[in-house]
Design a protein around this ligand. Structure first.
Ligand SMILES: [Zn+2]
Length: 278
């Protein structure tokens, strides 16, 4: 049976920790490298519901996209939800591993899975290539098989992503035909100017705020915007990461069981329609 160290080596060969941003915190959060690992749960967020799922399933390791401790800590006492999570995991011999910005820029990475989920076909190239290797980078640019109205693309994208309370928000002429699309999993504010410079028809990402989006749309010749739930834009990567880990392990004669969490851990869990002004 593989050890946690074997699995970490495999994951880091695909998601090199050196690719992570300097502010990020990736890699093994808890777990004994010599522990045996058979069942691995993949999830976006290291939160209590995911720890419960890991416990119920009998997971030995949880791989999450988001870090548990991004800014460091001086205590893992079970007096905070983070400390409680660490206690739950350690008491039950469950490791926690994070692949965050190193998975964003990997090839294939988080945005490749997002691009496929929303229907992009053919080759994908990074929206913002990494300086050291232009085959990797943030975001992806690809195309739809044929041009479709923006509203139709948004409907397809919504069908391709896991359901969340907020669904998708669209900025732009719904009837405008679109084909070349840029996507970026997670918060994509910082890539707005890059998406405009890339000359795409649509930029699909998450966490877009009023002012950057409003100013972006004032330039009428720019891309339309689609804002999805943060969790939903990163969730498609989980199946990709799980598949590659299982197949790379199998090629070495190692059998691991993987599972993708279907617990919706997006922060927004319901919506309310506003009344008309009239
Ligand atoms: Zn994220």
């Amino acid at each position: 049976m593989p050890t946690l160290a074997d699995i970490v080596t495999e994951l880091e060969s695909r998601y090199d920790p050196r690719w992570a941003e300097s502010w990020d915190a990736v890699g093994l959060v808890c777990g004994d490298p010599s522990a045996e690992v058979r069942r691995i749960l993949f999830a976006v967020d290291p939160v209590a519901a995911v720890a419960e799922e890991a416990l119920d399933w009998g997971a030995d390791l949880v791989v999450t996209h988001h870090p548990l401790y991004l800014r460091g800590t001086t205590s893992v006492a079970a007096t905070t939800f983070k400390g409680r999570l660490v206690h739950t995991l350690i008491k039950n011999d469950i490791g926690l591993f994070t692949a965050h910005t190193n998975a964003d820029v990997a090839d294939p990475g988080v945005s490749d899975a997002l691009a496929r989920a929303v229907g992009l076909t053919g080759p994908l190239v990074p929206l913002s290539p990494s300086a050291d290797d232009p085959r990797r980078g943030l975001g992806r640019v690809g195309s739809l098989a044929a041009p479709v109205p923006l509203a139709e693309f948004a409907r397809r994208a919504a069908r391709g992503l896991p359901a969340t309370a907020g669904g998708l928000r669209v900025a732009g002429d719904p009837g405008r035909h679109v084909q070349r699309i840029a996507v970026s999993g997670g918060s994509g504010d910082s890539l707005l100017a890059t998406a405009r410079a890339a000359g795409v028809d649509v930029f699909l990402t998450a966490d877009l705020r009023h002012h950057p989006a409003s100013e972006f749309m004032e330039a009428s010749d720019g891309p339309a915007l689609i804002d999805a739930a943060h969790w939903a834009t990163e969730w498609p990567w989980l199946a990709d990461a799980a598949y590659h880990l299982a197949s790379a392990s199998a090629a070495k004669g190692i059998t691991v069981e993987t599972r993708v969490s279907e617990t919706v851990t997006d922060a927004w869990n319901t919506t309310a329609k506003c009344e008309d002004f009239t």
